[in-house]
Design a protein around this ligand. Structure first.
Ligand code: HEC
Ligand code: HEC
Length: 729
């Protein structure tokens, strides 16, 4: 538990310090204030509990048990409290009676509910489900009548949404985690009034490749739409929304690293890392025409302002990207004050300031809200304050403690509560003694409980999420493991590695410590959990890719691996588990599919004589572990070499492959084949294959490639059965 209240604050202007009785509290993420700012509710996900505090004295008033793996909390105007229980497909309803709080109900919803919002009249609760119970390729928005606690409507929205905000005119804005944009839904009817592109935009791949053909995939080119859109903050009048994204865009990766590993070379603005967090602004008046994307990281240097291929050449029709200017230039250029992993945001009720909690850099940005969307602003002054929540309590290296995941601004505008979930405390930032030029300081840190996970796992989680720990990542390069493995999963992105495209694999729920070798090419047979071995996979990722020192070596590797493989929440799957986590029996179709999965291919073809299960072995996590590389078993015709041109219905994917750079023999000597990946939780692990050539499993089963298990031998209904089985893995 931290004892020292460390603080770094840069104040370049005035924080909203004027008390105003008209104003109300605003909250987002894992903690929330009651509308009158009297009570503070803090989610403790490791304990499945809500801690209730007096928001003035910070005394703990109560704890309330909620469902498994609670993700977000909101407080309605009538002070009913709602918690999305991500791990069990429910929403908890907590009611207050004087000074006691009770969980009154758990409402069944969809898969991995996260985003929540309540209408001003407290009558309608909106719940965002990461996927639907019946379809893993689409998330949904649900409207629930708070009186009867029953679902009024459920509307499929795009892929993997995590948040919802309520706009003026009874509209809900639902950002899509992977798709770089947001759906707009009419709250009265549940009808979508503006829809984004489905599933992982091909544009992300195309624009990167297009950049490569003209500019050789250098650091000055970038593509990729905003990704990891985790929250939405709406102004009090409901006319503007701010959506923090873990990526605004990405720079292709070069070899050899000039400094700091190749994940941290150059970056979109020749500064820092490939990570460029961003803020999307939606404006009610303008959104039929455009939304605006700003970087939260620096854009100094030769590529300041608009860089080549940015905005990307092909973008969804509903997203027009504004000028690529940095909001936080004054902060991010200052080493040690990088911004990474924005996951929660609020706008104060005057609509002037946006507060962003950065989970990976462990800090909070306070920005002017008017610096977006065509209005010129002196970006240097765009950041008014920067509060570092650094307590240095990672045992190795230095840097801010990762973990802020919730923000609540007191209605007086003088106190901002920040939840440091990984530290199990909250800090009170404020300007109690502020003058007109007041700065925010940490007034108090309130630890509310002791850690429940084993120390190794608690530490591993912080290490996985940290973007500024010198042992893991290059100084001044705000990249975390979680920057790409979002939530321990994928970013859906095929990275332009020098040896070819490499899609970020899902790590959780796959027993990845047991599926040697590692990386797509299977180049690493040692994960690095014992001793210091600079050739191990973890050492390579940390030193070569992220530019970390890796001084601690195996201890750090083990801590990360422990958290990831044993404690990180896995992807929920309604085809495999019921809501309580019990394994479901296979449907008749899935049973037929299982038989097909095991059926040997007796037609002609390179892998004639093998079944899917020969390579994706059910007894070894549906992967294939080996110590001696067998190039015939790994060559499924996907390496893009001559003779492997047989791609059925995805010409785009093959074009991508055709753009492959010259293989780097030091990293990936075996380009004739790829490691057989685990198929566990494959239903939500797309896009598929090392180069993301298939956006869906359906595409995978309809390709014309005879050498990869030859799915062409199956009839249409057999393919459906096979897919039904794959969805249960
Ligand atoms: C810039 C994005 C990025 C970052 C940052 C990143 N990874 Fe990865 N990770 C990838 C990609 C892409 C692959 C596939 C790599 C390949 O095939 O060469 C991968 C592969 C892996 C694998 C291999 C999985 C398997 O079964 O083969 C593990 C384990 C892993 N990463 C863990 C980590 C850890 C731990 C960190 C932080 C220390 C980290 N990654 C940081 C993108 C990233
Ligand atoms: C000869 C070995 C082999 C056989 C047989 C085989 N696979 Fe694969 N599978 C692989 C390899 C290797 C990859 C990775 C290739 C790449 O990324 O280019 C892969 C990748 C996949 C992926 C994508 C995984 C991901 O995480 O992106 C799916 C899905 C898949 N296989 C399904 C199947 C099905 C279904 C069958 C049977 C019809 C099958 N495979 C037969 C070796 C095999």
């Amino acid at each position: 538990m931290r004892k020292v209240l460390a603080l770094v604050v840069t104040a370049l202007g005035v924080v909203a310090c004027t008390p105003n009785a008209e104003l109300s509290a605003v909250s987002s993420g894992t903690l929330a204030l009651s509308a009158d700012s009297a009570n503070l509710y803090v989610l403790e996900a490791d304990q499945n509990k809500v801690y209730v505090f007096d928001a003035n004295s910070y005394t703990q008033l109560a704890t309330v048990a909620v469902g498994k793996n609670p993700a977000r909390i909101v407080v309605a105007s009538d002070e009913t409290i709602y918690v999305s229980n991500r791990g069990e497909r429910t929403v908890s309803v907590i009611t207050r009676n004087g000074s006691s709080w009770t969980e009154a109900a758990r409402i069944p919803v969809g898969v991995e509910p996260v985003g929540l919002a309540v209408t001003k009249d407290a009558k309608t609760l909106l719940v965002v489900n990461s996927t639907m119970l019946t379809d893993l390729t689409t998330g949904s928005l649900m409207a629930i009548d708070t009186a009867s606690r029953s679902v009024i409507w459920e509307t499929p929205v795009g892929h993997e949404p995590r948040a919802v905000g309520i706009l003026s005119g009874d509209k809900a804005l639902v950002p899509l985690y992977f798709d770089g944009t947001a759906d707009l839904v009419d709250i009265k009817t549940g009808n979508i009034t503006r829809q984004s592109d489905p599933l992982h935009n091909n544009d992300t791949i195309d624009s990167e490749v297009a950049a490569g053909t003209t500019a050789g995939l250098t650091a000055s080119t970038s593509g990729y739409l905003p990704t990891g859109l985790s929250d939405v903050a709406v102004t009090a009048d409901g006319t503007r929304a701010f959506i923090p994204g873990q990526w605004a865009r990405v720079a292709p990766i070069q070899r050899p690293p000039s400094s700091g590993g190749y994940y941290s070379l150059g970056g979109p603005c020749s500064y820092g890392a490939v990570v460029a967090p961003g803020l999307l602004t939606y404006d009610a008046a303008a959104w039929s025409a455009h939304d605006t994307l700003d970087d939260l990281s620096s854009c100094s240097g030769p590529n300041a302002q608009v860089v080549a291929n940015y905005p990307p050449t092909a973008i969804p029709p509903d997203l027009v990207v504004g000028s690529a200017t940095a909001v936080a230039s004054s902060v991010a250029t200052d080493p040690g004050k990088e911004v990474s992993g924005p996951v929660a945001a609020v706008v104060d009720s005057t609509g002037k300031y946006v507060y962003v909690a950065n989970q990976q850099s462990g800090n909070v940005l306070v920005m002017t809200a008017y610096g977006q969307d065509q209005q010129p602003v002196n970006l240097g002054a765009g950041v008014v304050a920067y509060a570092d929540l650094n307590t240095g309590d990672l045992t190795q290296g230095e840097g801010g403690t990762p973990g802020p995941s919730g923000l609540a601004l007191h209605k007086d505008g003088r106190r901002l509560f920040v939840h440091n979930a990984f530290d199990h405390d909250f800090v009170v930032l404020g300007c109690d003694n502020c003058t007109s030029t007041g700065t925010m300081t940490i007034l108090q840190t309130i630890p509310y409980t002791t850690p429940t996970l084993p120390p190794e796992a608690e530490q591993g989680r912080k290490l996985f999420f940290t973007a500024n720990n010198a042992d893991i990542t290059a100084t001044g390069s705000p990249v975390a493991c979680a920057s790409c493995h979002l939530e321990g999963r994928t970013d859906g992105h095929p990275w332009g590695f020098p040896e070819g495209l490499s899609t970020t694999p899902v790590l959780v729920g796959r027993n990845f410590t047991q599926t040697q070798p590692w990386d797509w090419s299977g180049s690493f047979t040692d994960l690095g959990l014992v001793g210091i071995d600079q050739t191990s996979f973890f050492s390579d990722v940390i030193t070569q890719r992220m530019g970390g020192s890796d001084q601690v070596g195996a201890t750090v590797h083990n801590e990360i691996a422990t958290w990831l493989s044993q404690y990180a929440p896995v992807q929920d799957n309604p085809f495999r588990y019921d809501a309580s986590g019990n394994v479901l029996p296979l449907s008749a179709s899935a049973q037929r599919g299982q038989a097909l999965f095991n059926q040997v291919d007796i037609s002609a073809g390179l892998n004639n004589g093998r079944s899917c299960a020969t390579c994706h072995n059910p007894s070894t996590n549906f992967a294939l572990s080996y110590t001696v590389a067998d190039s015939t078993i790994r060559d499924v015709g996907t390496d893009g070499s001559a003779g492997n041109a047989a791609y059925g219905n995805d010409p785009t994917g093959y074009t991508v492959e055709g753009q492959k750079l010259t293989p780097d023999p030091t990293l990936n000597s075996d380009v004739t084949g790829f490691d057989v990946p685990s198929l566990l939780s494959i239903g939500r692990s797309g896009p598929y294959m090392h180069d993301a050539r298939y956006l869906t499993l359906d595409q995978r089963l309809h390709d014309g490639n005879t050498t990869h298990g030859n799915p062409g031998r199956f009839t249409e209904s057999q393919k459906q059965d096979l897919e039904a089985y794959l969805l249960t893995l």
